[in-house]
Ligand binder design. Structure first.
Ligand SMILES: [Zn+2]
Ligand SMILES: [Zn+2]
Length: 260
């Protein structure tokens, strides 16, 4: 399989924008908790723009390009196996979701990585724009890691493309400032990470923040015993030391990893 057509990329981008708009509308209508907009939204969305630019300028190929290169050269595990396409695609999505669960765990456990990742956690509120709030260095590092996984496993182009689409939508969904209806929360969470589950990961309590690392499948947290089903007492979002307006500022957020 060769690379994908440029239309596919635009289609994915359009789908992402539509899903963002949908979740933003639902959370404006029925927010789970108060979330200030204004400067906070501008900063979170500006970080996303900077991240996108940085990763495009600094990293050649990106994930789909890495998959196409591995296919052409016959690199990686999957390119040695003759799996049916549907199975290779399904396994690629599951393998990448696991790889990102492990990466997320590491960003909380390795002090240097936590310096970058805590920009995401420093948001004192939680809504769909929190999904866009990452330090550009974390995004560039993460892209390098994901490409290494794609090449090492020789994952198929279509599987990688679909993973990125599904994973990005899951990232928007898990940060949405709404709760699923009670009757849906349990059955959905049996398979997928829900907003209510990921909101606990944004708790100011360390024990709760060091749990619920999953993004797409909820099973990894159960399997590796990092699952928290319910927040204990009142849930405070963000980091204890930054419960103020500072994280709303772009410059402050970009410099946060380099602060003592
Ligand atoms: Zn985290
Ligand atoms: Zn998050």
């Amino acid at each position: 399989m060769d690379g994908l057509s440029p239309q596919a990329e635009w289609l994915a981008l359009g789908a992402m924008a539509a899903v963002f708009g949908l979740f933003a509308a639902v959370e404006l209508a029925r927010p789970a908790r108060a979330a200030p907009k204004g400067q906070r939204w501008v900063t979170n969305l500006a970080l996303f723009a900077i991240d996108t630019l940085a990763v495009r300028l600094l990293v050649p190929l990106l994930m789909v390009g890495a998959a196409a290169l591995a296919a052409k050269e016959g690199w990686g595990l999957f390119n040695q196996l003759a799996l049916p396409d549907w199975l290779a695609i399904l396994l690629a999505i599951i393998a990448l979701d696991l790889a990102l669960y492990l990466q997320h765990w590491a960003t909380h456990r390795v002090p240097l990585l936590w310096r970058l990742h805590k920009v995401h956690h420093s948001d004192p509120a939680f809504d769909v724009t929190t999904a866009a709030r990452f330090h550009p260095f974390e995004i560039v590092l993460s892209m390098g890691y994901k490409m290494a996984v794609v090449v090492a496993l020789g994952l198929p182009v279509l599987g990688v493309f679909l993973f990125e689409l599904v994973f990005n939508i899951a990232t928007l969904f898990t940060h949405a400032n709404f709760a699923l209806p009670r009757a849906l929360e349990r059955p959905v969470r049996a398979l997928l990470v829900t907003p209510t589950m990921h909101r606990i990961h944004h708790s100011a309590k360390e024990r709760e923040a060091n749990s619920n690392y999953g993004t797409l499948l909820s099973g990894w947290d159960r399997l590796f015993r990092t699952y928290t089903g319910e927040a204990e007492g009142k849930l405070t979002i963000g980091l204890g030391e930054y419960q103020d307006q500072r994280p709303h500022k772009l410059g402050w957020s970009l410099l946060l990893p380099f602060r003592k």
